[in-house]
Design a protein around this ligand. Structure first.
Ligand SMILES: [Zn+2]
Length: 151
């Protein structure tokens, strides 16, 4: 006999799941996760940040296009062609080290206050759900999982 689904159980809010690397808007953090190891927060769109998006807010470049240009910069010019600036290399190296050590990494970008993906949880998707931070996340994970790399 097939077990019936628990129909009497009240529908609960879907439990939020965090990746080890998360991209947050400027108003967000995972403070409500009670973990002794607090995540490290990095602001990825400040002038002094080596992995900010230089194509953001340039005249004639729409936002989505700027994010694509950044993605191309990282994977083509920096990774494939080996033209990554030293400061960016250092930044990735440190993040990969933290990632491998199991540290949660919050990449905070001020291109939006809240990420758009969360509209199912009640946030308004008024801000673009895409961000150059997703390129950073993907690249850090790539480096961490590629043992041949000098990281
Ligand atoms: Zn952003």
């Amino acid at each position: 006999m097939r077990a019936l689904p628990h129909m009497t159980k009240p529908e609960v809010h879907p439990k939020k799941y965090f990746d080890q690397i998360e991209i947050f808007g400027s108003m967000e953090k995972r403070s409500w996760i009670h973990d002794p190891k607090s995540p490290k927060r990095f602001f990825i769109n400040e002038a002094k940040c080596p992995v900010r998006n230089p194509f953001d807010r340039i005249d004639g470049v729409v936002r989505e296009e700027g994010i694509k240009l950044f993605d191309n910069l990282v994977w083509q010019q920096w990774h494939e062609d080996g033209q990554m600036p030293k400061s960016a290399k250092k930044w990735f190296k440190e993040r990969v080290k933290e990632f491998k050590a199991g540290t949660d990494i919050d990449l905070v970008c001020n291109c939006r206050r809240f990420r758009g993906h969360d509209d199912a949880l009640g946030l308004q998707a008024k801000y673009p759900c895409d961000c150059h931070g997703y390129t950073l996340k993907k690249y850090i994970e790539f480096l961490a999982n590629n043992s041949n790399m000098d990281y």
